[in-house]
Design a protein around this ligand. Structure first.
Ligand SMILES: *Cc1c(COP(=O)(O)O)cnc(C)c1O
Length: 405
């Protein structure tokens, strides 16, 4: 049975798993206590639920529960991790290395810190979206305190060489922070094996609730600390004050446990569907995959259909297929994706991209339907497109001056 509309925007957010909701419900009503209330059973109950969830969350990434700081999500984790290190390690230096394809939560945090005296290097990426490790190492200075490189990209799914990055960081005594929002729960992430010092992720990208996430902060080899960005009651080892979101945390814990137990099977099924989708769509003339296809999340495909506008393409079927032509954050504007531009794509390809994010609830019928709809829409739009006609006649479209919006 085909279920419409088809949801293929799982990189923006995932639906919550019903098993997660079920675990959360009692913590809105009968178990409503404040986890910091030490004097009565309501508080104790909440606290023990949080402790349990903290273990579930830590286990998924190979951390110690004491190393988990609950936040409101990955944006807060990015801010707390980067700003918190910048302040805490100010005596050591002010230089931060990141990359141009990072999420806005990282890039805008770095821009903010530049106004406060930070020296930030934004590494370019190669045409496949991977950073150049030699360039990374060459960028390190005596004042470098932090390398911030995401685990996997939210638009193209490209997975960075995290172990190699951490080895370089360690060799130079620099801390390594990674925004692992798109990777955790989808592929194996282990803070010990990967040599990560700080890591952020969020529940709503892995079948948990919105408004809850975590920052992992390493406690030994080396012991890392971040300066709190919110002052208050001293929760979360004084690194993040504020009454804990107990139902959210309980749901986040359950979501992590489900991912840990079901990742292998989910990945097998979902990557087979992704490959089926990709193979079928690449049969369309002038269709290209953006980003490295080998070092890539198993559920993501970013494909450009030359000489077709992504936004126009979406309008052809977006009542029935939920997709994005860039990241959720930038798709409100008509600017082409800065991530695709960073790969060196021209406007023609950057404007014509679709980001497919499959998920736990994607079915084979939905993929078959998507292939058919998109193929037909591309063909139809091209039939009406003067650009496509010119292209077919062999006119060099790069020789034409474009008016930009
Ligand atoms: C979604 C996302 C974020 C933001 O997460 P929120 O929990 O919504 O704040 C940050 N980084 C990456 C890579 C993301 O995909």
């Amino acid at each position: 049975m085909l279920k419409l509309p088809v949801y293929l925007d799982n990189n923006a957010t995932t639906p919550m798993d019903p098993r997660v909701l079920e675990t959360m419900l009692p913590y809105f009503t009968e178990h409503f206590g404040n986890a910091a209330s030490r004097n009565h059973p309501f508080g104790w109950e909440a606290e023990s639920a949080v402790d349990y969830a903290r273990e579930q969350v830590a286990q998924l990434i190979g951390a110690d529960p004491k190393e988990i700081i609950f936040t409101s999500g990955a944006t807060e984790g990015d801010n707390l991790g980067i700003k918190g290190i910048f302040e805490m390690y100010a005596a050591k230096g002010n230089h931060i290395i990141t990359a141009t394809t990072e999420h806005k939560a990282v890039l805008d945090t770095c821009k903010h810190l530049e106004k406060l005296g930070a020296d930030v290097t934004y590494l370019q990426v190669k045409a496949d979206g991977l950073i150049d490790l030699a360039e990374l190492e060459a960028a390190i200075k005596p004042t470098t305190i932090l390398i911030s490189i995401m685990y996997a990209n939210n638009e193209i799914g490209v997975i960075q060489p995290v172990k190699e990055i951490s080895t370089i960081a360690k060799r130079h005594g620099v801390l390594f922070f990674t925004d692992a929002t798109q990777a955790v729960g989808k592929i194996t992430v282990n803070v010990i094996e990967d040599g990560i010092d700080l890591l952020t992720f969020t529940a709503h990208k892995m079948y948990g609730p919105k408004g809850i996430g975590a920052l992992y902060v390493r406690r030994k080899n080396p012991r890392v600390k971040v300066t709190a960005q919110m002052d208050g009651g001293g929760h979360e080892r004084s690194m993040r004050s504020g009454t804990l979101n107990v139902p959210g945390i309980v749901g986040f814990g359950k979501a992590c446990e489900l991912c840990r137990l079901e990742m292998e099977e989910d990945t097998k099924r979902i990557s087979a569907l992704r490959d089926k989708l990709e193979t079928a769509l690449l049969k369309v003339e002038e269709a290209y995959v953006n980003g490295n296809r080998e070092h890539r999340l198993p559920h993501v495909a970013n494909i450009s259909f030359k000489h077709v506008e992504g936004e126009g393409l979406l309008m052809g079927f977006n009542k029935n297929i939920a997709l994005s032509s860039g990241s959720a954050c930038t798709s409100a504007s008509l600017e082409p994706s800065y991530v695709l531009k960073a790969l060196g794509l021209g406007d023609d390809l950057a404007h014509s991209s679709l980001r497919f994010g499959l998920g736990r609830f994607t079915t084979e019928e939905q993929i078959d339907y998507t292939v058919e709809q998109i193929t037909n829409t591309v063909l139809k739009l091209r039939e009406m497109s003067p650009l496509w006609e010119m292209y077919k006649e062999g006119i060099d479209l790069n020789s034409i001056e474009w008016a930009h919006h």
